[in-house]
Design a protein around this ligand. Structure first.
Ligand code: NAD
Length: 264
C-alpha cells in the first residue's frame, strides 16, 4: 500500500460477500492504510461478512438494515463510541424485487417502487445526515450508481429511475454538506456479476455486450472500482464534489461501434 489512506477511518455499508463491490472498495482502502468498519444486513449475511471483516482487520459495526432506523442509530452510535469521528463512508446498497427487473418498467407496482426508492435512494440521504456530525474534520461520502440512470438499459427498469434519483441526491447533498467540508460523489460502475446483479434479467448478455462494445473491450472488477474509489475517499480528490465518475471500461462514451470493428 501507499499509505494514501493512513489515519482515515471509514464505514463501508454493502458487503454481502467477497464478490461485492463494497468488498473491493474495503480491500483497497485497507491496503492503503485506512481503518474500516463493516455492517451486515442480517444474520444470514453475518456468517459471510464476519470472516471477511477478520480477513481485512475491519471492525464489525453490527447489523444494519436501512429500512430499520433503530439499526442505523445503533451503528452510528457504535462508530461514535469506537472512533469518535468518521472520515469516509461508502454506500453500496440497492434493492428491488427481481420480478420487476424483467419485462416492462411500465408494470412496476407502487409497493416495489416505494421500496426500491427507500432502500436504494433515501438510505443514502439518511446515512449522510447521520454521518455529518461525525465528520468533524470534513469527509467523503461515496455511493454506487449505474448507467441505467442516464440511458434505458434492458430490465433495469425501476432501478434506473432510482439511480437517476440517487445521482440527483449526490448533487443536492454535495451542496448541503459542502459547508461542512464533506464531499459527496458517486462511481457509476460497469456491470459486474454480484449477488445484486443476479436479480437482473439477461445479465450474462449484458456483460457480453459491455465486453464487445466498451473501448477497453472488457468488463470491470470490484478491485478496479475499489482502486478508483481511493481517489474519492482520499485527499487526492479534495477539490471534487457532486461528481458521477464512470468506471466502466469507457462504455458510456461510445455512441456506436465502428461497422468494421472486431467484436473483441
Ligand atoms: P451486492 O449484492 O454484493 O451488494 C448489495 C448490498 O446491498 C448487499 O450487501 C446487501 O446486504 C445490501 N442491501 C440490500 N438491501 C439492504 C437493506 N435493506 N439494508 C441494508 N443493506 C441492504 O451487489 P453489488 O453489485 O456489489 O451492489 C452494490 C452497489 O453497486 C449497489 O448500489 C448496486 O446497485 C451498485 N452497482 C452494481 C453494479 C453491478 O453490475 N453489480 C453496477 C453498478 C452499480
Amino acid at each position: 500500500g501507499t499509505g494514501l489512506m493512513a489515519g482515515k477511518k471509514g464505514l463501508i455499508l454493502g458487503v454481502a460477500n467477497n464478490r461485492s463491490i463494497a468488498y473491493g472498495i474495503a480491500k483497497a482502502a485497507r491496503d492503503h492504510g485506512a481503518e474500516i468498519a463493516l455492517t451486515y444486513q442480517g444474520e444470514a449475511f453475518k456468517k459471510r461478512v464476519e470472516p471477511l471483516a477478520n480477513e481485512l482487520g475491519a471492525h464489525l459495526a453490527g447489523y444494519c438494515d436501512v429500512t430499520d432506523p433503530a439499526s442505523l442509530d445503533a451503528v452510528f452510535d457504535g462508530v461514535k463510541e469506537k472512533w469518535g469521528k468518521l472520515d469516509f463512508l461508502v454506500h453500496a446498497i440497492a434493492f428491488s424485487d427481481k420480478d420487476e427487473l424483467d419485462g416492462r418498467y411500465l408494470d412496476t407496482t407502487r409497493d416495489n417502487f416505494l421500496r426500491t426508492m427507500d432502500i436504494s435512494v433515501y438510505s443514502f440521504t439518511t446515512i449522510a445526515k447521520r454521518a455529518e456530525p461525525l465528520m468533524t474534520d470534513g469527509g467523503s461520502l461515496l455511493t454506487l450508481t449505474y448507467y441505467g440512470a442516464e440511458k434505458v438499459m434492458p430490465h433495469y427498469n425501476v432501478m434506473g429511475v432510482a439511480k437517476a434519483a440517487l445521482e440527483a441526491s449526490v448533487r443536492y447533498l454535495a451542496v448541503d454538506l459542502g459547508g461542512s467540508r464533506i464531499r459527496v460523489n458517486a462511481i457509476s460502475a460497469g456491470p459486474i456479476k454480484t449477488l445484486a446483479a443476479s436479480g437482473i434479467g439477461d445479465f450474462r448478455y449484458i456483460l457480453k455486450w459491455n465486453e464487445y462494445n466498451s473501448p477497453l473491450k472488457r468488463t470491470v472488477t470490484p478491485e478496479e472500482v475499489g482502486d478508483s474509489a481511493l481517489y474519492f475517499l482520499s485527499d487526492l480528490s479534495r477539490g471534487v464534489t457532486g461528481e458521477v465518475h464512470h468506471v466502466d471500461s469507457g462504455y458510456h462514451v461510445v455512441g456506436m461501434k465502428a461497422v468494421d470493428a472486431p467484436d473483441i
